[in-house]
Design a protein around this ligand. Structure first.
Ligand SMILES: N[C@@H](CCC(=O)N[C@@H](CS)C(=O)NCC(=O)O)C(=O)O
Length: 221
């Protein structure tokens, strides 16, 4: 049985839980990180010296870094379900996973940290302005791609849609100005048809502010 360490309101944990559900793999989860703590304990640091969630244990494989975990699960289980079997599809999926981790995730993370997880008086307004502009540029760019493709890898749903989907869902929940992204919105509508997305991402309400965040974390784990 696979074990996942991580709180359900972490976007990176959500990606792993969503992938596990798409692959129909049984798992157990330990609530770690945020107000649950545990991620600075020696036992946890032995699994991930960064002290961050998610971490998984799958037999003799214990690992961290959500995108790498997705790659492991997709390669190990039900080949072709999340990892495209054609080289071009795989290349495109990998391209968007890297793009999301290096570009979109930091912009959304800055917005989330400041606008939701920080009290108004302590927010870094310059950082919010810069991240709002950056995220808008990036969302527009991704919208142009998905206008010409059914999914981020091309023809089929893949782990790239999990990475982009969890992040884009969070971005859409922020109280900021956003550009029109009609094609991304259509793709997001298609994701909402998937039970694994509903159970792992949508099931955790998006918080509006810190009090909301703390309440949801307690309620949903
Ligand atoms: N690049 C890492 C980032 C992991 C990360 O930043 N995790 C955050 C949650 S999204 C975390 O552990 N924060 C500390 C905490 O929850 O206490 C990944 O993709 O797994």
């Amino acid at each position: 049985m696979i074990t996942v360490w991580g709180r359900r309101n972490s976007v990176n944990v959500q990606k792993v839980l969503w992938a596990l559900e798409e692959l129909d793999i049984a798992y157990t989860r330990e609530n770690v990180g945020g107000s649950f703590g545990g991620n600075r304990d020696a036992d946890f640091l032995a699994m991930n010296p960064m002290g961050l969630v998610p971490v998984i244990r799958d037999g003799d494989v214990t690992m961290f870094e959500s995108n790498a975990i997705l790659r492991w699960l997709a390669a190990r289980y039900r080949a072709g379900v999340l990892r495209p079997s054609d080289p071009k599809g795989l290349a495109m999926a990998e391209q968007w996973m890297e793009w999301a981790q290096v570009n979109f995730s930091p912009a959304v993370g800055t917005l989330q940290m400041n606008l939701v997880r920080t009290l108004p008086e302590s927010r870094d307004h310059a950082a919010v302005t810069a991240a709002t502009t950056r995220a808008a540029e990036l969302a527009t760019l991704a919208d142009r791609w998905i206008a010409r493709h059914d999914w981020f890898a091309g023809h089929d749903f893949s782990f790239a849609d999990i990475v982009m989907g969890a992040l884009f869902w969070r971005y859409k929940g922020l109280a900021i100005e956003r550009p029109a992204t009609a094609h991304l919105d259509e793709w997001l509508d298609a994701l909402q048809e998937r039970d694994p997305f509903r159970r792992t991402v949508m099931a955790v309400p998006r918080a509006r502010d810190l009090a909301d965040w703390n309440r949801i974390e307690k309620e949903t784990g």
